[in-house]
Design a protein around this ligand. Structure first.
Ligand code: FER
Length: 290
């Protein structure tokens, strides 16, 4: 047998391909319930030196249940919303439970997940007026902190693959806007981009992606929003622009509002697509069907 046939067979047999048949539109009951009997990943708190902010900053890092220092892993940077910090996903979205459960079913490519603090300023806590101008601005400043401080730190401290095809970014609301702004603005750094219920900080489409064809280099461009969410126009105008410019992407309108029920479901779906050969059109059609 030729090497390429063995390679392809290996992929198929290990279930590493995701196909529409194996992807639920809504996570099944129990997807976010801790199961004692399965292996668990580990959560670390890290401190990194931020030249951008001039402080030590915190992030959480989730390593998968089977984590061998000798292997190298792709990385997902998962960003929080305007009322949160590096612990928001962990406390309200329990990615460690959702992902442990998916690993137990063989549904994920092993990856490291980094939960940063996306409010890049000296006092980065979600206290006082979270809508204050300087606090909102700090969500834009985070682009520099992420690219110049946090990513290099993670790449030094953890056994990670450092090319764009092994780096993903996703986030909810303000973090969704950051994801689209930073991801589409740095396609040379990220090949997997997921904006969940993206907020008004999302750049206007023309500014977000002045050269739409560049986005064809992405492996996955995911945009989702709850059908009851008042922020829908920001996702819709982005998706419309992509469609007008014939840029493959997934636009998933799901039942729900602006809350973690939606974002947990997004993480459940999005994480299963990461770092695998996927067909965006097939998945898009599946998510559109009634
Ligand atoms: C706004 C409405 C919502 C806004 C931000 C948000 C900066 C963010 C919401 C969230 O992160 O959940 O007008 O302006």
């Amino acid at each position: 047998m030729s090497k390429s046939i063995i390679f392809v067979l290996g992929f198929v047999l290990s279930g590493i391909f995701i196909s529409a048949q194996t992807l639920d539109k809504q996570a099944p009951q129990g997807f976010d319930v801790e199961k004692k009997e399965i292996p668990h990943g580990k959560i670390d708190t890290i401190n990194y030196e931020s030249k951008t902010v001039g402080t030590q900053r915190k992030a959480l890092v989730y390593t998968p249940p089977v984590f061998k220092k000798g292997n190298k892993y792709p990385v997902l940077y998962l960003l929080h919303g305007i009322g949160g910090d590096e612990k928001e996903w962990f406390k309200n979205g329990t990615p460690q439970i959702i992902l442990d459960n998916l690993y137990a079913q063989g549904k994920l490519t092993p990856m490291i997940v980094v939960l940063p603090n996306g409010r890049a300023m000296k006092d980065d806590r979600a206290t006082g007026n979270i809508m204050a101008k300087d606090k909102v601005k700090a969500f834009a400043t985070f682009e520099k902190d992420l690219l110049n401080d946090l990513i290099p730190f993670i790449e030094k401290k953890y056994p990670v693959k450092k090319d764009r095809e092994n780096r993903a970014i996703a986030g909810l609301s303000m973090g969704g806007g950051q994801t689209l702004n930073f991801g589409l603005g740095n396609i040379d750094k990220f090949a997997w981009v997921g904006g969940f219920s993206s907020a008004p900080n999302t750049k206007e489409p023309q500014k977000l992606l002045p050269n739409p064809a560049k986005a064809k280099e992405l492996k996955l461009l995911w945009i989702s929003c709850g059908d009851q969410d008042g922020l829908m126009p920001f996702s819709k105008r982005t998706s419309d622009y992509l469609t007008e410019n014939k840029i493959p992407h997934i636009f998933y309108i799901e039942p729900g509002g602006h809350d973690f029920k939606v974002w947990k479901n997004d993480l459940f779906l999005f994480s299963q697509l990461l770092f695998k050969p996927i067909d965006q059109e097939e998945i898009s059609n599946l998510l559109k069907s009634e």
